[in-house]
Design a protein. Structure first.
Length: 327
């Protein structure tokens, strides 16, 4: 078929708009049309405010996910974390005063954050809650919650530990007042079929964590299982089991490169994986779509990122991803 000048002009226009400049390896990548939600969201500003302490490997992965999404969509993402609920509330208030386009917040202590989140909602700033406080998310006016059901995850951990022969479990709680951590212990208690004791420790003092777990294992030799609720606590508990000369079996919530190595080495039975990278990445995606296209996700129900289980069978596959900061 003979091509007229008009047809040739149209083809030329499609060739220009159908691809962007060459990326790595010289490959062409499709660029979103100027009218697409992704393009319209460019330039927005979103604040991520968590209860994670600086340097916590779990929250570093959440931060990585949020920043990766911000880079992909061309939006500004700021990340701040503080384990003090009062200071976390102040960070939310600050974000509201800066008139950001959306806020992502973890709710380890929902009651302490209710007023600050309410100010954001009143100011018509969309809020996505993550990680903890799913039961309060809708009530506080958030557009959705991203995380895992802590009860379900705890029950799953209890089932795994029961199958491993654990009859008396030490559940190590590393943040006072964190409702999600208590839900994990309760869930494990429901399915273990044995005794579950709680031990309160401070995640910011890992040497003291090792000391306290060691002392408990030495004073109560009936404890034959330890459930950590944080990867750094898991490594401290591993050292405590060795120091105490205990045969207790160890499991944990959440991943780090050290935990994956410990699973491969047979020092940790399994890790409950809530895929925290998604807890950073998905909320920025959802807020960008809400701002640009008024999309909402979940239909009033949480968006689950877990639980999954990392065991010796699949730990090697996850190891490189953990080292890269995405698992």
């Amino acid at each position: 078929m003979r091509r007229t000048p008009i047809v040739l002009a149209l083809l030329g226009a499609l060739a220009v708009t159908g691809c962007s400049s060459s990326g790595a390896g010289g490959q062409q990548s499709a660029a979103p049309p100027a009218s697409s939600p992704a393009a319209q969201g460019s330039g927005a500003s979103f604040a991520v405010i968590t209860h994670g302490a600086p340097g916590d490997s779990f929250w570093d992965v959440v931060k990585n996910g949020a920043e990766a999404a911000g880079k992909q969509y061309g939006v500004k993402v700021t990340y701040q974390g503080d384990g003090d609920p009062a200071k976390q509330s102040q960070l939310i208030d600050q974000a509201v005063s800066e008139k950001v386009d959306g806020i992502v917040v973890s709710m380890a202590n929902p009651d302490a954050l209710k007023e600050a989140i309410g100010k954001a909602v009143t100011a018509k700033i969309p809020v996505v809650t993550i990680n903890s406080g799913a039961d309060f998310s809708k009530q506080f006016g958030a557009i959705t919650h991203v995380g895992q059901s802590e009860d379900v995850a705890g029950r799953g951990a209890g089932e795994q530990l029961k199958a491993a022969g654990v009859t008396k479990l030490l559940c190590v709680i590393h943040e006072a007042g964190n409702v999600g951590l208590d839900q994990r212990c309760k869930g494990a208690e429901q399915t273990l079929g044995g005794t579950v004791e709680r031990l309160q420790v401070d995640v910011s003092n890992l040497a003291d964590v090792t000391s306290k777990v060691t002392a408990k294992l030495q004073s109560d030799q009936q404890v034959n299982g330890v459930l950590a609720l944080n990867p750094a606590i898991a490594i401290a508990a591993r050292d405590a089991i060795e120091d105490a000369g205990s045969q207790a079996k160890l499991a944990t919530f959440d991943l780090s490169a050290d935990v994956v190595t410990a699973i491969n080495d047979g020092e940790v039975l399994f890790a409950v994986d809530q895929q925290q990278y998604l807890q950073g990445y998905l909320p920025i995606t959802f807020l960008n779509l809400y701002k640009s296209n008024l999309n909402t996700v979940g239909g009033g129900l949480p968006v689950n990122t877990g639980p999954g289980f990392v065991t010796k069978d699949n730990a090697s596959q996850v190891a490189k991803l953990a080292e890269a900061g995405t698992r």
